[in-house]
Ligand binder design. Structure first.
Ligand SMILES: [Zn+2]
Length: 105
């Protein structure tokens, strides 16, 4: 018998793939059409809440969870590195995200 995921798991896998794709698109258009990338982020976030999925970890540093804007470092987002921490400040709404910093292996 082939092993099958439940329908629910399937939906979630597709949802996560879609979220990732939307962020890729957001990144692609961010230079020319920043307002469009914000729309992609909002779209992705809608999927996150609708399917109750955990967004991929690296997305935490790519957008503001509060005002849902796509972060462009130095443009609408300030990044400060402290000991063991990276602090992201959204320049649009002031939301602050602190993430533990681990050097890439
Ligand atoms: Zn914000």
């Amino acid at each position: 018998m082939p092993h099958r995921f439940s329908v629910n798991d399937d939906h979630k896998t597709i949802a996560v793939e879609r979220i990732q794709r939307l962020f890729e698109l957001a990144e692609e258009v961010s230079k020319k059409h920043p307002e469009l990338s914000d729309r992609y982020v909002k779209c992705a976030w809608r999927i996150v809440t609708r399917y109750n999925v955990r967004p991929p970890r690296d997305l935490k540093r790519k957008f503001c969870r509060k005002c849902l804007s796509f972060w462009k470092p130095g443009v609408n987002c300030r990044i400060r590195v402290k000991t063991g921490l990276v602090v992201f400040t959204c320049l649009r709404c002031g939301h602050v995200v602190r993430l533990p910093y681990k050097p890439k292996k």
